[in-house]
Design a protein around this ligand. Structure first.
Ligand code: ZN
Length: 251
């Protein structure tokens, strides 16, 4: 069975900034979807925020195993009803991969329950991404203790997230800052991975190791089962074991 991936992109910088359009002629979402589709087990489709329901209709989310999310200037413009819909699907078991400035998205903040704030600087810095857990499924195939992205935006600690379940990557920047750049969570039955690299004015999503991490992350986040939401009442007649209800004094 293929893993169905929906790649959400806000698609604003790509349309408004010629530099971004030059780096990503088919959008960051298009670049990410194409990279994922090179894995024969994945079926990735890109959707954008300007589509009806942001491209995230009930039907699309119903058949999505893993959703990836890149948002920035449009974070606050995402319809709360869609956030609710994505949140529900994550609790049911859909995987979610939140990318870069998606740390400020409504869905990530909702799932984390914290501000998810951080420090930042855009100064063409080198980013060295350290593998903290070489045994983790998301870190497979990197083949080294760390990898380098020649130019990136800096994100620094403190990062206002709850303590992660796992820290897979830690980034160091030329200016000296460090950042927990690859962290995992579970919410309900859904697995969540936040991955830091991916500022729009740099070709980060063309980087082969970044693409490898995203592919690994999709495999890791695929649903293992579906959790039924809602509190179902089980009347005595439908109880698994037969039993006699004791006489209860009237209250
Ligand atoms: Zn950025």
């Amino acid at each position: 069975m293929p893993i169905n991936v929906t790649v959400f992109g806000e698609n604003i910088h790509e349309r408004e900034n010629p530099l971004v359009a030059e780096i990503y002629p088919i959008g960051m979402h298009g670049c990410i979807a194409a990279a994922l589709n090179r894995d024969s087990e994945l079926r990735a489709n890109a959707v954008t925020q300007d589509q009806p329901e942001h491209g995230l209709t009930e039907q699309v989310l119903e058949r999505t195993d893993v959703l990836t999310w890149w948002g920035h200037v449009g974070n606050g413009l995402v319809d709360d009803r869609i956030v609710e819909r994505v949140h529900k699907r994550v609790l049911e078991g859909m995987g979610l991969i939140v990318l870069h400035s998606g740390h400020g998205s409504k869905i990530f903040k909702r799932l984390m329950g914290t501000g998810c704030d951080l420090t930042w600087r855009i100064a063409d810095e080198r980013e060295r991404v350290w593998v903290c857990n070489p045994g983790h499924a998301i870190a497979q195939g990197i083949g080294a203790t760390n990898f380098t992205i020649d130019r990136e935006e800096m994100y620094g600690e403190p990062f206002g997230i709850p303590n992660p379940e796992e820290v897979v990557f830690l980034s160091w920047f030329q200016g000296g800052e460090v950042f927990r750049s690859g962290v995992t969570y579970r919410r309900g039955a859904g697995k969540i991975f936040y991955f830091r690299p991916g500022h729009e004015t740099y070709p980060t999503y063309h980087h082969p190791i970044v693409q490898r991490v995203l592919t690994n992350a999709v495999h890791w986040a695929r649903p293992e089962g579906r959790f039924p939401l809602g509190c179902a009442h089980v009347p005595v007649e439908q109880a698994t074991e037969r039993f006699v209800v004791d006489e209860v004094p009237a209250r």
